[in-house]
Design a protein around this ligand. Sequence first.
Ligand code: NAP
Length: 249
Amino acid sequence: MTHTLTGMTAVVTGAGSGIGRATAHAFADRGANVLAVGRTREKLVATAGDRSSIVPLSADVTGRTSPTAIIEAALETFGGIDVLVHSAGSLRRTPLGTICADDFDRFMAVNLRAPLLLTQAAMAPLTRSRGTIVNVSASFGQRGWPGLSLYGAAKAGLDCFTRTWAGELADRGIRVVSVAPGPVETPILENNALDDRAVTTIHRLHELLPLARLGSAEEVAWWIVNFAEPLAAYTTGAILPVDGGYGAV
Ligand SMILES: NC(=O)c1ccc[n+]([C@@H]2O[C@H](COP(=O)([O-])OP(=O)(O)OC[C@H]3O[C@@H](n4cnc5c(N)ncnc54)[C@H](OP(=O)(O)O)[C@@H]3O)[C@@H](O)[C@H]2O)c1
């Protein structure tokens, strides 16, 4: 194991499972400290396991005071922030004709508003560290997918944040990228009120991919962590598909 990120601190939302958990592990295994954020404490404690450099913080990223509380916790615990990874997200089927205003607000609050407000809260420490922001978007944001219009719109919005913030934050030395996964085997497919048909469709989507399989959380996390490496310093505003070729066909 090479400790190329020793001394760095990563704040990872959605770190209680899936891609966020794999990202927390990957940062810790390269020597970084990690503030692991999510709503369910037991899941975060399980993410930390015996890695003492991962510190759990229970917080709902959509809470009014959460952005400030999360950033203050990172500064108090580790003294700075070098990387901010927005992996918290939720997936739900929202066919056109069934969506009410509250659904829209709840959905956008976690998938789009939370990354925006947490990024704003982190601007000063990220400026001091000349840090990196990684938005976990989705290949669904780049193509239409029946029943997932809100999810796709939120993820397309996140990619727009990436491109726009890259320009807005470059003079502070902050880089911004999206990692856009295709179908990845994580609890999101079971936890988020997708109906059986949608789950089956997503699980079978891999049959249509050039690489003909689902991805793993570790394969997504590897890219997220590499964007924090010094040799990624010339990359900003990029949207990287990690999708088995979904976007290419
Ligand atoms: N898996 C895929 O196929 C796939 C494909 C494309 C994109 N993505 C994206 O990848 C990201 C990670 O998803 P995943 O696949 O790793 O799913 P996951 O295992 O369900 O992880 C999502 C995490 O977000 C946390 N979370 C949800 N709402 C939250 C809130 N309001 N505040 C704080 N934490 C919250 C959840 O924990 P708590 O419930 O304990 O808070 C959960 O641990 C998401 O943004 C997702 O949209 C996934």
